[in-house]
Ligand binder design. Structure first.
Ligand code: DMJ
Length: 447
């Protein structure tokens, strides 16, 4: 037991570059790269210059009618990590020469922060291109008014040109998943305002946890009052917990560590749920801890990775096994699953990365090739059910395997990146010095 603990400690400290790999790992990594290229080329051919490509109709889409180059910004660092120099150079040229934020559009602060601000910051660190940093700063300056609420927690929407704020009813994920990006910008520019605003929002949210230490699903940033008191680790809450731990890792911020240490025992005590010997994380009321639903899904599947990363390898392994059973039940994981009755509740699969991200952390931290083998299953399912001529398509139903005409940018930013990193030489990423934001943008602690 002691030897195992020592091994895990050493593996974690040294980024595990001597980790065992399954036979053929390099060629699987090469296959993943080929599939990434297939999707990127679809974007290039059918949607160049827009936010993304719809794979079935082979048409472009842009979230707000005007392009913010979401796919090229989100995918850039994946290309760098995969060694796709020519593609990375093309994307960089497009971003440098056409991306601009002086636009009269109302954007979602959270999505733009994790995808574009995070993407630009990692792009800057990987390429040294100063334009990426100045774009990041310009964007953050336009997002900053979102934090001007009575509590300091940001509004959901912000107009990039006018600074007009909208929608005070927000949630922990959208309030608490900003510090890696805004904090990194402060570290890289020397201007402390970004760190201060995002940290203040995180602390204000944490202060409003219940007496038993949980947060709810929706909160009003003007009154500070909770709307929905449902507590879980899924969408609307998930990455709040992720950033409490990661901001400690990245910035050495002791307050974040203290908030994490106070939050995770409550989550493990009330939200975790063992059914027929399987570990899951369901839904409870944040005030009473009373269980209200036995639901889990694609978004919650980030949790094994976070547990492993923060040192709880035992729970992480157990939960990843449950996630794997959710994936294999229909051949692809559904968005929401009732784990008590093993029933699909929301059958869609929007090409989410979380289960693969967890396999990656578990593999890197334990060195167990079981997680690479899981990765082979995920990759085969993706190729079998989601591949189209125009890139990869979401599934409208994991039961019928009917496709949907959409490929979110996180497929190239996260799903393909974690899949590639799961099989490629582990030395590509040093987990000692690099922290991934929630959109899988690697941020290096250079300060
Ligand atoms: C991504 O944008 C991020 O991972 C976010 O934290 C959750 N949703 C998607 C991927 O599923």
């Amino acid at each position: 037991m002691k030897r195992m603990v020592l091994f895990l400690l050493i593996a974690a400290l040294h980024g595990n570059s001597q980790t065992a790999r399954i036979a053929g790992a390099d060629s699987i990594a090469g296959e993943v790269k080929k599939e990434f290229l297939h999707s990127w080329n679809a974007y290039k051919t059918f949607a160049w210059g827009s936010d993304g490509v719809k794979p079935i109709s082979k048409t472009p889409y842009s979230w707000y009618g005007e392009t913010l180059l979401v796919t090229p910004v989100d995918a850039f660092d994946t290309m760098v990590l995969m060694g796709l120099k020519q593609e990375a150079a093309e994307a960089q040229k497009l971003i440098d020469s056409t991306l601009s934020f002086d636009r009269n559009i109302r954007v979602k602060n959270f999505e733009i922060t994790i995808r574009i601000l995070g993407g630009l910051l990692s792009a800057y660190q990987l390429s040294g291109d100063e334009k990426m940093l100045s774009l990041a700063q310009e964007l953050a300056n336009r997002l900053l008014p979102a934090f001007d609420s009575p509590t300091g927690m940001p509004y959901v929407y912000i107009n990039l040109a006018t600074g007009k704020r909208e929608k005070p009813l927000s949630n922990p994920a959208e309030i608490g998943t900003l510090l890696i990006e805004f904090g990194t910008l402060s570290k890289l520019t020397g201007n402390p305002v970004y760190y201060a605003k995002a940290k203040h929002a995180l602390v204000e949210l944490f202060k409003r946890r219940s007496a038993i230490g949980l947060v709810g699903e929706t909160i009003d940033v003007e009154t500070g009052k909770w709307g929905s008191t449902a507590s879980h680790v899924g969408g609307m809450i998930d990455s709040y917990y992720e950033y409490l731990f990661k901001c400690w890792k990245l910035f050495g911020d002791e307050d974040c560590l203290a908030m994490w240490k106070e939050s995770i025992p409550a989550v493990n005590r009330y939200v975790a749920d063992t059914v027929r010997g399987e570990l899951w994380y369901g839904v409870v009321d944040m005030n009473t801890g009373k269980r209200t639903a036995r639901e889990f899904g694609g978004l919650e599947a980030f949790m094994p990775g976070l547990l492993a990363y923060s040192g709880d390898v035992e729970r992480a392994r157990e939960l990843q096994q449950s996630c794997y059973s959710m994936w294999t039940a229909e051949g692809v994981e559904p968005e929401v699953f009732n784990y008590e009755y093993k029933k699909v509740l929301y059958p869609n699969y929007p090409l989410r990365p979380e289960i693969i991200e967890s396999a990656y952390y578990l593999y890197r931290i334990t060195g167990d090739t079981l997680y690479q083998r899981m990765g082979v299953t995920f990759f085969n399912s993706l190729k079998q059910y989601c591949r189209t001529e125009g890139g990869y398509a979401e599934l409208a139903s994991v039961i019928t395997k009917e496709k949907k005409d959409m490929m979110e940018s996180f497929f190239l930013a996260e799903t393909m990146k974690y899949l590639y990193l799961l099989f490629a030489d582990p030395a590509i990423i040093d987990l000692k010095t690099t922290v991934f934001n929630t959109e899988a943008h690697p941020i290096k602690r250079t300060w």
